[in-house]
Design a protein around this ligand. Structure first.
Ligand code: HEC
Length: 276
């Protein structure tokens, strides 16, 4: 397999290159979910690379009433002026902004992922052309249309950063195909399979093919967890610069099959020489 893609950390085998092409090809057919799996999630380069710090524990979620009815009403007006032509079914280009397939692309993250996408990429013909307040109102309207309850406080940019977007049943595991980031200890099994052990809970990542210096620094100080993920496409060549026992940051597409968790690696970086 002579076909290899150079990356910051080494090489990814041509098998994965084929997979990437397949994913991109299926994205054309199926929409952004598959693009995300290929590390080219629609949030794209406009959005700061990131594993955002996801608030844990008692963080508010969209089930707690994250917007007001008045705000959603304002958002409805904006939506009909700026978004409906493409997103209301008349034009096949814009995907529906309601329902499980839509929510699955954005849940288990703060509202910031979706908000930043809308602000930097929509309306598609004039990205970023609305005021921040108008984008907040439209987001409130989309929450309303997805049956999330209204509350007593308006959605603000601060609340966008701290409110978790979860599905109707609350926090759930990430769907297969989601682009994730985990921090853990690189280990090789006796069968010479690379895994990341003592891994943190997978966080949504929006940029999959790059690890910024800031992300590396954050990962170096991040707490380890108890997860284990088999790493795919991290062959012997790929780990030349990574070593057994190092603390690593891994990004890639999550796959959960038959009880086993795997990550199709799109970027990997050693963040500490040992894994304390
Ligand atoms: C000219 C057509 C057009 C207009 C107008 C438009 N969109 Fe889009 N939108 C698209 C297309 C096409 C996509 C899918 C491609 C992509 O993700 O970039 C999309 C994707 C999206 C997504 C991601 C959907 C998903 O399934 O994850 C959101 C959210 C979104 N648009 C919100 C908006 C909002 C809010 C407005 C109005 C402020 C708007 N769009 C206006 C065409 C449009």
């Amino acid at each position: 397999m002579g076909n290899r893609i150079a990356t910051r950390w080494g090489t990814v085998s041509g098998v994965f290159a084929g997979t990437l092409l397949l994913l991109i090809a299926s994205a054309v057919v199926h929409g952004p979910a598959f693009v995300e799996a290929a590390g080219r999630q629609p949030a794209g380069a406009d959005v700061p690379a990131g594993i955002r710090a996801i608030p844990q524990g008692a963080a508010p979620t969209v089930l707690d009433g994250a917007y007001t009815s008045a705000q959603a009403d304002r958002g409805e007006t904006v939506y009909h002026q700026q978004c409906a032509t493409c997103h209301d079914g008349a034009d096949v280009d814009g995907p529906p902004l309601t329902g499980a397939p839509f929510i699955d692309r954005w849940r288990e993250d703060t509202l910031a992922g979706l908000f930043e996408f809308m602000k930097t990429r929509m309306p598609q013909t004039a990205p970023g052309s609305l005021s921040s307040a108008a984008y907040l109102d439209v987001l409130a309207y989309l929450l309303h249309e997805n049956d999330y309850p209204a509350g007593t406080r308006e959605l603000t940019t601060a609340a966008v950063d701290s409110t978790l977007l979860v599905g109707p049943n609350g926090p759930q595991p990430l769907p297969s195909g989601a682009l994730v980031a985990v921090v853990g200890c690189l280990t090789q099994t006796p069968a010479r399979e690379w895994t990341v052990a003592r891994a943190s809970h997978p966080a949504r990542a929006r940029v999959g093919n790059d690890i910024s210096a800031a992300e590396g620094t954050a990962a170096a100080g991040a707490a380890l967890g108890s997860g284990t993920f088999a790493l795919q496409n991290l062959g012997d060549g790929g780990v030349a610069t990574l070593g057994q026992g190092q603390k690593v940051l891994i990004k890639g597409a999550l796959s959960q099959r038959a009880g086993a968790s795997r990550i199709h690696v799109t970027a990997a970086k050693s963040v500490a020489g040992t894994c304390p």
